[in-house]
Design a protein around this ligand. Structure first.
Ligand SMILES: NC(=O)c1ccc[n+]([C@@H]2O[C@H](COP(=O)([O-])OP(=O)(O)OC[C@H]3O[C@@H](n4cnc5c(N)ncnc54)[C@H](OP(=O)(O)O)[C@@H]3O)[C@@H](O)[C@H]2O)c1
Length: 237
């Protein structure tokens, strides 16, 4: 069973609301080292934390990070971009490109760069942070990229299982971080989310439905599409 104890953890978006908790909770569970990666790495008051520059949209940056962090056993694809408006027809080109590159291509390229490194260890893990919105398309390109990442995670899980790499996908609604600052709905505290994710990893689970909303939306996928999107009835009335 995968364990954080003794692990070498690589966190993308480590300066962010959820990423910072991944860094601290990994150490609390016995991780030997955490690469805290960011576009602009900060300093950390702990010698087990190694700040590393990484822009997940830049393949050269990914290659350089993988060359330095050749001892990683747990890759956490946490960095993410969001959009300021929900309409997939009204985003700017820049919003579309940034979301695709950050939320989909970045995690995929990171998984590809780290697969040979992770395969060397018997208990390696990839954790991909999806969203409730992977299954609920009300956030335009953000939803689309999180759906694409969900699918890629499923492919990675199948391809890496024979290599002994355990791949975990995480679905959650609002989390109380800068990304969800605009939202007034209930939010999961990031520390709670991270504990839930690591508990699931250490229990050998493949998928984390971190809140009731994510469980409900996943269940709703088996219903007729009008049940998940009641707004269609109003539009057709
Ligand atoms: N908050 C929510 O409600 C919520 C819900 C479901 C899923 N999520 C997902 O959770 C993950 C973490 O988000 P968060 O809530 O912690 O938001 P956050 O506080 O805004 O953190 C996002 C992090 O991603 C980093 N990032 C963005 N573009 C990057 C790039 N090109 N290269 C490297 N790092 C980059 C940001 O770094 P900079 O500091 O350099 O900008 C920031 O540290 C994301 O994947 C997000 O989609 C969040």
């Amino acid at each position: 069973m995968p364990s954080l104890n003794g692990a070498v953890v690589f966190v993308t978006g480590a300066n962010g609301g959820i990423g910072t908790h991944f860094v601290h909770e990994a150490l609390a569970r016995g991780a030997a080292k955490v690469y805290a990666t960011a576009r602009k790495p900060r300093s950390w008051d702990d010698e087990r934390i190694v700040p590393l520059t990484l822009d997940v949209t830049d393949p050269a940056s990914i290659g350089a990070a993988a060359a330095v962090a050749a001892d990683v056993t747990v890759l956490i694809n946490n960095a993410g971009a969001s959009v300021s408006s929900a309409g997939i027809l009204t985003h700017t080109d820049e919003e579309i490109r940034t979301n695709v590159e950050t939320n989909f291509l970045g995690p995929l390229y990171l998984a590809r760069a780290f697969a040979p490194i992770l395969s060397r260890n018997d208990e390696s893990v990839i954790i991909d942070i999806h969203s409730l919105l992977s299954w609920y398309a009300v956030a335009g390109i953000y939803s689309a990229t999180k759906a694409a990442l969900w699918s890629a995670t499923n492919s990675l899980r199948l391809e890496l299982a024979p290599e002994g790499v355990h791949v975990v996908g995480v679905h959650v609604g609002y989390v109380d971080t800068p990304m969800a600052a605009h939202a007034t709905d209930p939010k999961t505290p990031p520390a709670d989310l991270v504990r839930t994710v690591f508990d699931a990893v250490e229990a050998g689970e493949y998928e984390v439905l971190a809140d009731e909303g994510s469980a409900q939306v996943k269940a709703g996928l088996s219903a007729p599409i009008e049940a998940l999107y009641p707004q269609l009835k109003a539009a057709n009335a």
